[in-house]
Design a protein around this ligand. Sequence first.
Ligand code: SF4
Ligand code: SF4
Length: 397
Amino acid sequence: MFNTVSLVKCNNYNQEQVDIAVKKSIELLGGIDKFVKKGQTVALKVNLVTRANPEKCVTTHPAVVEAVVKLVEAVGANCVIIDSPGGPYNSAYLSGIYKASMMTDVANNTNAKLNDDYNISEHEFPQGKVGKHITVLSTLDKVDVIFNLCKLKSHGFTGFTNAVKNMFGAIPGLEKVEMHGKFTTLDVFSHFLYDILDLFNDKIKLHISDAVIGMEGAGPSHGTPKQIGAIIAGQNPATVDVVGCKIMDINPMEMPTIQVGVERGYLQEDLSFEILGESVDDFVVKGYKVPKPNNFKPFTNIVPQFLQPTVHKLMTQRPVIPKRNCKGCSKCFNHCPMKAIEMKDKKDGKKFAKIDYRKCIRCYCCQELCPFGVVKIKSGVIYKILHKHKDKKLNKN
Ligand code: SF4
Ligand code: SF4
């Protein structure tokens, strides 16, 4: 049953429909009683990547969160809604995000609490493949159970985000910047994601994906909402992600987080597992716009140093900040893990952000965090030819 995924139709965010679909998706996996007991506290690890209203389809929809809360509370257990988006992990920063994403409404409509414990805890984790020392949100240590309530979206760095990537939010905001700086290539970063999952292995009981309306293009924060009509649930995050990839009509094995899932034993090599409920074929969205995952590797071994910046530019995708659109808010500057962004002066005295591509590791944190959607993805000429790729597809908001 660990590898079984449930797939249930849910065409819109009408609360009644979502309640029915979420309940059915969990019943197919054995029912809520299997995952939580009376008196326990469940952390609902939602995706609150940035301050955005539910219509933008950036965050886990409040109707999905509320449906899960009702089921948990019916068992006699308690919920705490939690995430740490990029940025400071404190009350001032999170309160605006809770409000915009309507998690505040979920808390008002139910007995769920919004996490207000901003302590962090350190874990020595020698068995981690790359994350030997992991700092996490303390609340996740204190609760009995974790449910991972992710959202299916395109993602500039990892190609897509769903269950596996969502647990990166277990790392406190500013620490995440450090982790991006430490695990610069996508395969190593993917191993870190599985280290987080392994760390919480005994506690994470369910992964439920809000794939009612997903996101394509410039995800995870500035893409376009895309109708899908599904709730995907399972106990194994990698299998939930494989279903997400199939729905987005992409080959799961082209995604580094899936490749590493196979390497780590979360998935069989042939990606086989049982799917209960509807057929994946009924949900496949043809032409779903997903960026190529960015497994950026400096060509230091084969290209002379003086040529490296040019080769990188031609062969990779890179974030671009158009000077005239930049509002000079410094958010990208403050959060770039490689200190690759400088704030410069415009002629009118206002500021703009400029990227030093010699330092940039293409993590796309700047694109994810820019509140104005200013950061675009641009592909080098050779990259475009090799991937038959048009930037227009990814930058359309
Ligand atoms: S400039 Fe942007 S993509 Fe490059 S390292 Fe900094 S945050 Fe990451
Ligand atoms: S976050 Fe966006 S608007 Fe703010 S400085 Fe960076 S690119 Fe400019």
